[in-house]
Design a protein around this ligand. Sequence first.
Ligand SMILES: Cc1ncc(COP(=O)(O)O)c(C=O)c1O
Length: 459
Amino acid sequence: MSIERTDIHDQGRPAYRAIADALERSIGAGDFAPGERLPPVRDMAKKLGVTVGTVNRAYVLAQSRGLLTGEVGRGTFVLKRPDRQSRIRLAGENSANAADLVVNQPPVVLSDAEAADTAARALATGGAALLGRYPPTSGLPEHRAALAAWVARIGLTAQPDQILLTAGVHSALAVTALACLRPGDTVLIDQLTYPGARDLLGALKFRVEPVATDEHGLMPDSVETAVRVFGARALFTCPTLQNPTAITMPDERRQQIAEVVERNDLLLVEDDIYGHLPQTRPIPFAARLPKHAILVSGMSKCLAPGLRLGYIVAPPERVGAITTALHDLLVAASPLPAALFTWWLNEGFADEILARIRRQIALRREIAGSVLGAAPPEGSLHQWLPLPSSWTAERLVEEAARIGVHLPRSDVFAVGRTPPPKAVRLALGSIADEEHLRMALRRLRGLLDQSPPRAAPVI
Ligand SMILES: Cc1ncc(COP(=O)(O)O)c(C=O)c1O
């Protein structure tokens, strides 16, 4: 299969984009197999009746979307079949020397020896029963108690039986939504948001509607209006180091939002995934709104994403319904990550890992500040970088990919009709060492200091 002229004409957008979109559709539909070589640029250009430059640009754009790999001109190959998430994830996996500013994860701070040693010790007592028995749906009591101690650090007092273990925030959010909302309900969400949450809620057939934000996060009036207009029953937000904007909603704004939530009897689902990273932060909504807020979080950013350990902190009256939904979806999260976490916490090793990650974040913020002249807020793994007027995000992502610096498309963060932002998100944690990060940011800076290359003329 290949792309036909009819796929790219009369689409009201530049030909190179139409070609990249057609490629994305074809690859998504499985028309191109992973690893398949794409036709040479010249052949494709002839077939489609466009210039070689247009096809080159289309291939580069498709590369930046994580669809293709290889060097344009020398052979371009189809990557794994894309889905919504791979569009943002795979972009960093394109080539061995590509600089990945795409995946928002902390640097690896554990050694193999530490991983092996602590895992062995965590399982040394009770490991056989842990593996040999189904765990209780909500998690083992000692693991829930460890999590209660963990959330106390962010100013949230919760009893262990208000805490349920999950396999990361995604399953925590799915379980919460299934337990607390009805099919077709509308969930409000920041107009720029973590795409995984928006897509998950959509996949579960909830309606997702955007709420306007300013430099402090969600705007109370906009929430109020959206509740009226859409009849929304829930609000999902990440108020501490929001993804992608890295905004932390200040106390005063949290109070205003809390009042709107109570007045409208909304369910507020608070994603606190970045909440353990900053040295200081406002207390979570769950501490202000003990009846209306559910906190979902996990260890992916503050300890180890491979742990796939998440949790829900729920008001006591919601725990029964959430437990049922958790059983329906997962039976129970694996107790192995929780056992490792509990051991880490009790032995003080969780603090050591967190301290290492914080040190890395501090170093990387400094690098961003010195190279780009702007740094993310304290404790943030990601930076939201506004662009000079000459650049659009789409153009920058595309040109950066051309020089081996991979960024996620900014439009993936936009909800509904929200226009694509004129900023890009830089995930500063994925590149293994600081010197490579500095080099990648310098290349990006080099681009930003120029105007975008002229697009090929369109007649
Ligand atoms: C706001 C937000 N929530 C959740 C996640 C993913 O969480 P988990 O790895 O626990 O599923 C991310 C990852 O980037 C995120 O930014």
